[in-house]
Ligand binder design. Sequence first.
Ligand code: AKB
Length: 323
Amino acid sequence: MEERIIILGSNGQIGTELAAALREKFGHTQVITSDIRPPQIPEGYSLFEPVDVLDREALHGLFTKYRPTQVYLLAAMLSATGEKYPRQAWDLNINGLLNVLDLSLEHSVRKVFWPSSIAVFGPHSPKANTPQYTVMDPNTIYGISKLSGERICEYYFNRFGLDVRSIRYPGIISWKAAPGGGTTDYAIHIFHDALKNNMYNCFLSAETALPMLYMDDAIRATLDLMDAAPDKIRIRSSYNLTGVSFTPSMLAAEIRRFLPDFTISYADNDPRQAIADTWPNSIDDTEARNDWGWKPAFDLSRITEVMIGNLSEKIHIEDGKSI
Ligand code: AKB
């Protein structure tokens, strides 16, 4: 059966790269991107529709026009921004999800992807190798909305048979599109500042360990999960998934392999530290490995190498343009 795919929230860090991967896999005409604002760099050949996921009528129009077989909902407010605008974060993350799930049922969408996060864990969850099933007491609005969203996804699967699939993304490291409003974003900013200024002031402390994933691994995991036979998907809330865990000081040491004079300092009292302190240091993703064959390809040293290589080229090109 021919797939028609709608990506909602396609202009963000993950959407930008997921759209490219889905176009590569299914063809340009089969993927419709959509976001509240038009893309910064419009691609002449792509199908783009400006839609706010909170506007149910507009979403209904989009589903009616394109009759999607798959929908990826990436529009969300992340952890740090969510703490600034808790009411809006809840509204976008929960009501956006409910709109998409209801319309997916109404329009007989075959598969829905919705990302959860390691933010579903909280201060009383085990920190090391956090298991799939454990205490979950998130205390950020983002984490609370993601945990609620997981329960809603599982409910729509059990109650209505909607084929919803989900991954608890850790921090995602990439160089193509900028991240926005996350606690794990330091692991991207550090590369930009290292290459531009040879120094970085980190908003997390030197020894804050967090689970991370390189973008290529995140995209491959998402496509593999969506490709898996339905009977392989035993978890309909969201799968634990990880690539590698490291601290800011470990990442700085890796960067020094390429930039020996790179220096790092650490900010005091950044509100994102309190968020990171409630999250896992590392994740146990045995279920994803066993159920649908997940295996990461990028470790810390490979991530550092590709980030330095690709970003220095990008910065070089951008500097050239601005001259
Ligand atoms: C964030 O830091 O808010 C996100 C996440 C881990 O979900 N990157």
